[in-house]
Design a protein around this ligand. Structure first.
Ligand code: UDP
Length: 242
């Protein structure tokens, strides 16, 4: 079942169901796109029709932020739980089928994806990250990066270039990579590599990861202003009966 939040169609799934759907995508012939929009991404989609179309073309779309789950309470089909992208990936790594797949990590500052590879292969024995590439390449090197990924023959490409670049990059190149599943993962390599600590479990459980990130990186306040706009927009649309 789908739940629409300000025009973005989310799959209403538990984390377990989301993992199973992700693994199911490995069986299909065509390359699949996985997105995990947060309120910032939903707000960008309000003024960028191409980005909206891109999110709605995804084969799996689950809410990364608690804000989206909250907003769903004003719609016909309430989303019960958020499914943070990083949790979805870790659940896939943990599963037997997930460990049979070949991965390519693209994104992050130089060295970060390599560190993420080492850390994940140590944490999940049998996991195969075939190759990595950092995310600070110039557009002129796009072909080189695509060729390197295609040559590695991965089943799953995790793309951590930040939004909307990562989703656009996937849409533009997914037909040339030969991979089955492509997913935008934001800053997940920073977390996997240990460079960035996730919020303590209590913050995660209460849906306050955004607050923890804000306390640690006050400069994010400028980015998080958009959360307020998101709240007002959701309430406004609700009052209009949409
Ligand atoms: N990044 C990248 N190339 C770029 C810009 C950003 O690889 O040109 C990486 C950056 O190093 C970080 C991630 O993209 O690992 C963005 O993380 P953030 O938590 O800001 O994700 P977002 O919320 O933007 O998806």
């Amino acid at each position: 079942m789908k739940s629409q939040i300000l025009g973005v169609n989310f799959d209403n799934l538990t984390p377990e169901q989301a993992k199973d759907r992700f693994l199911g995508l490995l069986e299909s012939e065509a390359p699949s796109l996985v997105v995990t929009p947060n309120p910032e991404m939903v707000m960008l989609a309000q003024r960028d029709a191409n980005f909206m179309e891109l999110l709605n073309s995804a084969d799996l779309c689950v809410p990364d932020g608690i804000g989206v789950v909250w907003a769903s309470k004003f719609t016909q089909s309430v989303i019960e739980q958020r499914v943070p992208g990083i949790d979805l990936i870790l659940a896939v790594f943990k599963s037997r089928r997930g460990r049979q797949a070949r991965y390519f990590f693209l994104g992050g500052a130089p060295g970060v994806a390599d560190d993420a590879k080492d850390a994940m292969e140590a944490q999940f024995p049998g996991l195969r990250v075939i190759d990595t590439h950092h995310g600070y390449f110039h557009d002129d090197f796009e072909n080189e990066v695509v060729e390197r990924i295609a040559a590695a023959k991965p089943d799953i490409v995790l793309v951590g270039l930040g939004f909307p670049r990562q989703e656009r990059w996937i849409a533009a190149n997914k037909g040339r990579l030969g991979a089955k599943v492509l997913m935008g993962v934001g800053g997940s390599f920073d977390v996997m590599s240990g460079n960035l600590r996730r919020a303590p479990a209590v913050f995660q459980k209460m849906g306050l990861e955004w607050l923890y990130r804000l306390l640690r990186q006050p400069s994010r306040i400028w980015r998080q202003r958009v959360l307020l706009k998101f709240v007002f927009k959701v309430l406004f649309e609700r009052m209009r009966g949409k």
